[in-house]
Design a protein around this ligand. Structure first.
Ligand code: UD1
Length: 429
């Protein structure tokens, strides 16, 4: 198992290219199941989760081909990939594939909409809470799907097709909004989704579906209206830049000091998180080519944050922000409202000398003047990168074990950081 060795202390200076967003690429790839024509996606990041979803889609009969690599670029850069689901050969998504990644459960929407049936294993993914699928089941039932649970599988049937309906989400869910938007695109009649997720990845999926011939309005607002169509066709769509990767590197710069251009980053995708960083003392400047982040002199100020669905502060940046706050001047309170078990990084950060206490869903971080390098364990995708951020600012050497979590969601992390002057290397055990 690989590990990452970091020697802390260097300021970050230079340019970091921001990759396509994992959380946008996954639903866009799944949308290829909705049509027998080719869906071409640009800017798909090279990540373990993307490779895993390619395997899952392949099991349903989706062919893919990779092109668009620029001269001189290796295997690990964002790519253009063509997905073609000419014929769905299997409507079952088995446990051994779905258990590795929660988002693969989302195939249930397009499969039942196009084929009238789907048998999808209950999901896996990061161990950050119970993450049930009740909203998917409720929502698909509202569109006329019959659902049974059989031996750990959700069995969805709609032999006569789905029927448009009004569905009010009792709780905001990114995944359930993706799934219902995809399913409703091929339903008979109009679907209105209320209290829908507003994340930029939802907007990217709606753009993709509309380019495929769907009729979706209101994505990015709490009310999404989908007028069903009989058939969808091929299209070419670009994956948006990764706002979580952007926020992560912005926090790394705020932590170490320095001056970095986050190339291709879009400030509109993470307004709230950028505001918080400014309050913490970072200088954030949108430019024509991305976002420039600087921090000089006066150190990091303590800021309180509470995670919330978009446009609030993203739960996927909570661990990284906690990493930053370990060095702040004063006390910050970080409250997690989306997932109930997303503080696993706390005890690992403590190994580096951080002072953090937990009170229910709130972490109270008392900034310390310095962190000291130590061996630490990655526990989930975002938690693991918070340890990298802390390691970059710690004195001496930090080794992050179980880096396969990082490989799920961060493209070329070591290269991007070393390119800006950090000492980061991958070691094989
Ligand atoms: C997506 C993101 C993940 C991010 C999360 C919240 C992807 C691939 N993953 O995950 O990185 O952290 O949004 O921004 O895009 N819930 C239910 N019942 C359901 C579904 C969800 O109770 O049927 C709950 C979850 O347990 C959680 C909350 O709703 O407490 C939000 O989850 P959701 O928005 O669905 O997260 P994901 O789509 O899984």
């Amino acid at each position: 198992m690989d590990r990452i060795r970091i020697v802390g202390g260097a300021k970050l200076t230079g340019t970091i290219p921001i990759s396509g967003a994992k959380n946008a690429a996954l639903p866009l790839m799944i949308a290829s199941l909705l049509t027998d024509e080719t869906l071409t996606l640009d800017n798909v990041p090279h990540l373990a989760d993307v490779e895993q979803l390619i395997r899952i889609l392949g099991n349903h009969g989706v062919d893919y081909s990779v092109n668009g690599r620029r001269a001189g670029e290796g295997e690990t850069y964002s790519r253009t990939i063509n997905f073609t689901a000419k014929r769905i050969v299997d409507t079952t998504a088995p446990y051994n594939l779905v258990s590795k990644m929660r988002a693969s459960f989302w195939v249930i929407g397009p499969l039942v909409a196009r084929m009238g049936e789907a048998r999808v294993s209950l999901p896996g993914g990061c161990a950050i809470g119970t993450r049930p699928v009740d909203l998917f089941i409720d929502g698909l039932q509202a569109l006329g799907t019959q659902i049974d649970i059989d031996n750990g599988y959700v069995v969805a049937k709609a032999p006569k097709g789905l029927i448009g309906a009004r569905y009010v989400f009792p709780k905001v869910s990114v995944g359930a909004t993706h799934v219902l938007m995809m399913a409703a695109s091929l339903a008979k009649g109009t679907t209105v989704l209320e209290n829908a997720a507003r994340e930029p990845e939802i907007v990217n999926l709606a753009e993709c579906l509309n380019a495929m011939g769907a009729k979706i309005e209101g994505a990015g607002t709490p009310t999404i209206t989908i007028e069903g169509v009989a058939k969808l066709h091929g299209a070419r769509v670009a994956v948006i830049p990764d706002r979580i990767e952007t926020g992560t590197y912005a926090m790394a710069v705020a932590m170490t000091g320095g001056d970095v251009l986050l190339e291709h980053a879009r400030p509109d995708l993470l307004e709230n998180a950028l505001d918080v960083l400014v309050q913490a003392g970072a200088e954030i400047t949108p430019t024509n080519s991305g976002i420039r982040v600087r921090r000089n002199g006066s150190g990091i100020a303590a800021v309180d944050v509470t995670t919330a669905p978009f446009p609030g502060f993203p739960t996927d940046l909570q661990a990284q922000f906690m990493g930053l706050m370990t060095r702040a001047k004063g006390k910050s309170r970080i409250t997690e409202t989306i997932f109930e078990n997303r503080f696993m990084h706390v005890q690992e950060l403590a190994r580096l000398g951080a002072k953090i206490s937990l009170a229910g869903q709130t972490a109270i971080v008392e900034g310390v003047s310095s962190l000291k390098g130590a061996p630490v364990m990655a526990t989930d995708l975002r938690a693991s990168v918070s340890l990298v951020i802390a390691g970059l600012a710690a004195e001496g050497e930090t080794t992050v074990h179980r880096v396969y979590h990082l490989d799920r969601g961060f493209e070329r992390l070591e290269q991007k950081l070393t390119g800006c002057g950090a000492t980061v290397e991958r070691l094989s055990e």
